[in-house]
Design a protein around this ligand. Structure first.
Ligand code: AP5
Ligand code: MG
Ligand code: ZN
Length: 210
């Protein structure tokens, strides 16, 4: 199963990717998490990406396409994967098509802009493994500590209200058009994102027929 998760910032891509990944036994490839890790480690890619991410802008397509094609070549991707946060532009989607990879389904998690801000202000992420939590909707078992890896939970640098507004604009300008791209290929499935986390997961699994 090769799956793409589309959706606005805060739609729940990361949250759902973790849950589906566990159920289907396939890895999640989150470009956001890979870039944050690169920044933390001070790599060349991280240095290139940081200024874009801090402003809520997209990292250039060539950087993203390089990261993802390298990742998809790894052994654990043989049996399928979930792409969280890639593609985000038509050139990225086209680059993915050009590799000859057959994507089975594209799930778009639909959410109104008005719901995004409270989700972002309450979000905490693990600085170890990137897992997403929410102080009220999805709290960790122990406050401030990741359930998965025990790492400390932090607020993402790009979760300030102003940067979230930029990210949302960028989503509407550059990423939303991907729905049309995948609709034409007959791969798009729309899922209501404004419902409890487990209900979103159930609807995705139903849409996938698993
Ligand atoms: P990325 O990390 O992908 O950020 P994003 O797309 O803005 O999405 P988020 O991670 O903010 O939201 P999410 O949908 O994963 O929501 P989550 O599950 O955490 O990208 C960051 C940056 O990296 C970009 O701005 C760009 O600069 C760069 N980048 C990355 N990929 C790129 C690419 N392909 N091309 C170019 N640049 C790229 O949920 C949010 C919160 O809500 C959490 O607190 C969660 O617990 C809570 N929540 C989730 N679901 C529910 C629910 N159903 N009900 C209540 N609360 C919920
Ligand atoms: Mg995410
Ligand atoms: Zn963790």
């Amino acid at each position: 199963m090769r799956l793409i998760l589309l959706g606005a910032p805060g739609a729940g891509k990361g949250t759902q990717a973790e849950r589906i990944s566990e159920k289907l036994g396939i890895p999640t490839i989150s470009t956001g998490n890979i870039l944050r890790e690169a920044i933390k480690n001070g790599t060349q890619t991280g240095l290139k990406a940081k200024a874009f991410m801090d402003q809520g802008l997209l990292v250039p397509d060539d950087v993203i396409i390089g990261i993802v094609s390298e990742r998809l070549d790894q052994e654990d991707c043989r049996g399928g994967y979930i792409l969280d946060g890639m593609p985000r532009t038509i050139p990225q989607a086209q680059a993915l098509e050009d590799t000859g990879i057959r994507i089975d389904s594209v799930i778009s998690i639909e959410i109104d802009d008005a719901i995004i801000e409270p989700r972002m202000t309450g979000r905490r992420v693990c600085s170890g493994c990137g897992s997403s939590y929410h102080i009220s909707a999805n709290p960790p078992k122990n406050e401030g500590v990741c359930d998965v890896c025990g790492g400390p939970l932090v607020i993402r640098r790009d979760d300030t209200p102003e940067t979230v507004r930029h990210r949302l604009e960028v989503f509407h300008q550059e990423t939303e058009a991907l729905k049309g791209f995948y609709q034409k290929l007959g791969k798009l499935r729309l899922i209501e994102g404004n419902q409890p986390i487990e209900d979103v997961t159930r609807d995705i699994m139903t849409a996938l027929g698993v």
